[in-house]
Design a protein around this ligand. Structure first.
Ligand SMILES: *Cc1c(COP(=O)(O)O)cnc(C)c1O
Length: 483
């Protein structure tokens, strides 16, 4: 490509912009032509143009090595650009953070049954909104409504895009232009922009706060209910705990009050569980069935938190109230997609066989994994990991405290185990840890741990296939050496 013979390219000399090949000339080289044959002209020519643009900018700045003009080097750079462009941005990672339902890492993993249902229904037409018995138009809620009512004891159910949508829709449908009563102790912010007062405003309802941050009593609600009250809401304080001198009104007491006044009661459970987690030795999380039984008219909860399914928002409750929510026009904009619907149906069906849940549902399988089994895994992995990171780092087996995550039981901890990787030298340990964390993230299956007390901790609770880590240790060693 360069007009000068390759031998004249002296190592270290800089290239001039006028020596850059044209796009056409670059594309005519044998290896670029092979790329075009494989990926088509559009992509490869676009990347060739972008590559030459960056090379030109560097040449003009006097920063482009003459060696970069070598046809083989150009072809390789082009190939790398094309590969990077085609590489998926969304990738599988190893969650060794110790937080099982990690919002930044996609929350619940789908069960095999859910993946199979997606595979079976998404590449073909399906009966998403088609009534196979009658041969006409159907409603997508029908796919999961019976499962949800069976599992929760509610009369009716509808499903939307996520629980934030479930809450927004519930408030808008039941209380637009009127008042919603919420305890001051429950005005939660759930990460990002989801804050109860803002949601109320978006839904067009007026928030009426009752009680205080730490104490709310039945008479607080009783006094606040008036002509303009359209809804009383209880919000599960899923990501914090108010401790000490506290009082709140339980759902049974509150539903007695709201029923007597003819005002519906909605409970936003956030995570909510359909099974009693104490059965697996886990802390007790509020159950949806219990909320329904205590007299709540509507209960909302998430699909990808403790339920262990896809992103979705469940709205269950009394038929008359659910019908009003379902008929509200905003429902159409918030509806669940067919892909999560397939996964949700399959996930809910697993709950019909609760005895197998800790085997078939990844979320519960991870949560119920005994600390001793996790520790045994740590012992198995320690020598190989130590070998990969020595001599800069030392690896110890440690007991750890993990958490459920996604706002479930924020102050409960899950006894776990894992590896603590610490820099061997005190000097520069902060930088060493950052480099280690970055090397772990650079792997084909990025490994995400957490840094605490000058160590990088890998909690092994969610590592089901040790090979996923072991097979990458060679690459980890290389990545560390390159840093
Ligand atoms: C998580 C949560 C939400 C939002 O649910 P998404 O499914 O993430 O939309 C709403 N309310 C509470 C109390 C929550 O914990």
């Amino acid at each position: 490509m360069t007009t000068r013979p390759a031998e004249s390219v002296v190592h270290g000399s800089k290239a001039s912009a006028k020596d850059l090949p044209s796009v056409d000339r670059l594309l005519r080289t044998a290896s670029a032509a092979a790329l075009v044959a494989e990926h088509g002209h559009t992509l490869v020519a676009g990347e060739a143009r972008a590559l030459l643009d960056t090379m030109r900018a560097r040449a003009l700045a006097g920063q482009l090595d003459a060696a970069a003009l070598d046809p083989a080097a150009c072809a390789q750079a082009l190939q790398a650009r094309v590969a990077a462009r085609l590489a998926p941005r969304m990738r599988a990672v190893l969650n060794l953070t110790g937080t099982v339902l990690h919002t930044n890492l996609g929350r619940a993993l789908l069960a095999d049954a859910a993946l199979a249902q997606i595979g079976a229904t998404m590449s073909a037409p399906n009966n998403l909104e088609y009534d196979l018995a009658q041969g006409g138009r159907g409603d997508r809620d029908t796919i999961v409504e019976e499962l949800l009512t069976t599992l929760t004891g509610a009369e009716a159910a509808t499903v939307v895009n996520n629980n934030a949508a479930a809450v927004l829709l519930t408030i808008a449908a039941l209380a637009r232009g009127r008042e919603v009563i919420v305890s001051r102790g429950e005005l939660v912010e759930i990460g990002g922009a989801f804050r109860m007062p803002d949601v109320m405003a978006s839904a067009g309802a007026t928030l009426v706060e009752v009680g205080t941050t730490n104490r709310t009593h039945p008479h607080d609600y009783e006094r606040a209910i008036g002509d303009q009250t359209a809804l009383v809401m209880k919000v599960h304080t899923s990501n914090y705990a108010v401790q000490g001198f506290t009082a709140s009104v339980d759902e049974t007491t509150l539903s007695g009050i709201t029923r007597a006044r003819g005002v519906p009661l909605a409970v936003d459970l956030g995570s909510g569980s359909l099974v009693d987690l104490t059965r697996w030795g886990l802390p007790a999380e509020p159950m949806v069935q219990a909320m329904v039984a205590s007299g709540a008219d509507v209960v909302t909860f998430s699909g990808d938190k403790l339920l262990g399914g896809p992103q979705a928002g469940m709205i269950v409750g009394r038929r008359e109230v659910i019908d009003r929510i379902r008929r509200f026009p905003m429902k159409r904009a918030l509806r669940i997609g067919k892909l999560p619907m397939a996964a949700l149906e399959a996930t809910l069906r697993l709950y019909l066989q609760p005895e197998h849940l800790a085997r078939d549902l990844p979320t519960l399988r991870h949560l119920s994994r005994p600390a001793a089994a996790i520790r045994a895994l740590a012992e198995q992995l320690q020598p190989a990991v130590a070998q990969a990171v020595e001599p800069r780092f030392e690896v110890e087996i440690v007991e750890l405290m993990g958490q459920i995550g996604s706002g479930s039981l924020p102050i409960e901890r899950l006894p776990s185990a894992g590896l603590a990787i610490a820099p061997a030298a005190r000097r520069g340990q902060g930088r060493a840890l950052d480099e280690l964390a970055s090397a772990l993230r650079s792997l084909v299956r990025p490994v995400i741990g957490r840094i605490a007390e000058d160590r990088l901790l890998l909690d092994l609770r969610c590592l089901e296939e040790p090979a996923l880590l072991l097979d990458q240790l060679g690459a980890l060693r290389d990545a560390l050496e390159a840093r």
